[in-house]
Design a protein around this ligand. Structure first.
Ligand SMILES: Cc1ncc(COP(=O)(O)O)c(C=O)c1O
Length: 380
């Protein structure tokens, strides 16, 4: 555990606490809660004694069925002979289940940098080795670099699209290339789709698990946390190759037994509301995003803003010799605005800051970005 990095978010949270009135552009959550359909499902929950019992490890049949339909209709993933669906307590748990199912201590997992810190932490925690492959200047995948990073110990390549922390959306061709590479080399492709609905403009979400022949080596991870404002309910899902199901069942049975049943019942309602619910909120988030983009544009050359057509993040690249953690502290202390420093995502060189813009109302984000832009101008 001493090798596992300590998350930076609690450090930033402490600075925010010490400086009341700070606007946080740090938190990677949405500002809305679950749809009414989710809450409606809960009426009467608990009146039957059976509600309080353990339920199947892989999930409630009605939730599995609803999720299977969603996968088929939206992701082009048909569960067949070669893949299975498991309901988990969130996307993070789905990743841990996948990792423990496929890797032994000392095995290697290829992560793209900047990475999602909990993925890196999970790999280290499982006594495996994260092999870090940089994305390009636009935070896009570099399939040739991934190919070169594969060794006999590699068990999987991990991708996330739309991406946290960059907001990058990987085009179908790049995901196809990675998925094909994994098939060729006999390793898994773990693809995290937690932000699948959060795409803007002409960007399109693509699920590599939908590719012909992908089912046997592709692990697709999902989360209700963002799309349905469901973060506290802890519901996610994973599609796994059929021959991993026994391992995943062992892991989930040992750690969790089953995802909280009340949350699974609510999730059935969330899926009834469906993608349209998120879409409704997306319009507002897209407007906020546009405002943020324009305001950041006024900083000129000092602040590069690579394209971010998805999720709800921008990962800024700043021209300064200041360390990102120092800059973050100054922004909170002197300007009362919080962001996440790039070293949380494995960026060792340069000064990067992640902005999250979906948690707050438009006015609060505008005020926060105004402070950030002034802060950057004055500090750099
Ligand atoms: C890429 C990615 N995967 C998974 C998660 C965690 O999702 P969950 O709340 O379902 O565990 C997050 C949360 O920020 C994320 O950014």
């Amino acid at each position: 555990m001493q090798c596992v990095q300590s998350p930076i978010i609690p450090v930033v949270a402490e600075w925010i606490r010490q400086h009341p009135g700070t606007i946080s552009l740090g938190q990677g959550v949405v500002g809305y809660g679950p749809p009414p359909e989710a809450m409606a499902q809960l009426q009467g929950f608990g009146t039957e004694p059976d509600s309080h019992k353990y339920k199947p490890v892989v999930g409630l049949p009605e939730l599995l069925q609803a999720f299977e339909q969603k996968l088929q209709a939206e992701n082009g993933i048909a569960l067949g002979d070669d893949s299975r669906l498991v309901i988990t307590a969130g996307g993070n748990m789905a990743f841990m289940n996948a990792l423990l199912a496929i890797a032994d201590p000392g095995d290697e997992l290829i992560l793209q940098t900047p990475y999602y810190f909990n993925h890196e932490m999970a790999v280290t925690m499982a006594s495996c080795r994260p092999v870090l492959v940089p994305t390009d200047a636009n935070y896009q995948l570099q399939p040739d670099a991934i190919r070169q990073a594969i060794t006999p110990r590699t068990r999987a390549v991990v991708t996330i699209s739309p991406n946290n922390p960059t907001g990058a959306v990987y085009p179908e061709a790049a995901l196809r290339a990675v998925n094909e590479l994994c098939r060729e080399r006999g390793i898994f492709h773990i693809h995290d789709e937690a932000y699948e609905y959060f795409v803007y403009g002409g960007a399109r979400h693509f699920s590599p698990g939908s590719l012909a022949g992908a089912g046997g080596h592709t692990i697709s991870l999902y989360s209700l946390s963002k799309a349905y404002g469901f973060a506290s309910w802890r519901i996610g899902a994973m599609v796994v190759p059929a021959d991993l199901l026994t391992a995943v069942r062992k892991i989930q049975d040992t750690i969790l037994i089953c995802a909280p049943v009340i949350s699974q019942v609510a999730a059935v309602g969330a899926l009834q509301a469906g993608r349209a619910y998120c879409q409704q909120h997306l319009q507002r988030i897209a407007e906020v995003r546009e405002g943020v983009r324009q305001e950041l544009g006024t900083l000129g050359k000092v602040c590069e803003v690579p394209p971010a057509d998805g999720a709800f993040y921008f990962l800024l690249r700043l021209r300064t010799a200041l360390a990102p953690l120092d800059l973050t502290e100054r922004l909170i202390r002197n300007h009362r605005v919080a962001v996440i420093p790039g070293n949380a995502f494995g960026l060792e060189h340069g000064c990067h800051l992640r902005i999250a813009y979906a948690a707050l109302q438009k006015e609060a984000v505008a005020e926060g970005i105004g402070r950030l832009v002034r802060g950057i101008r004055e500090t750099l």
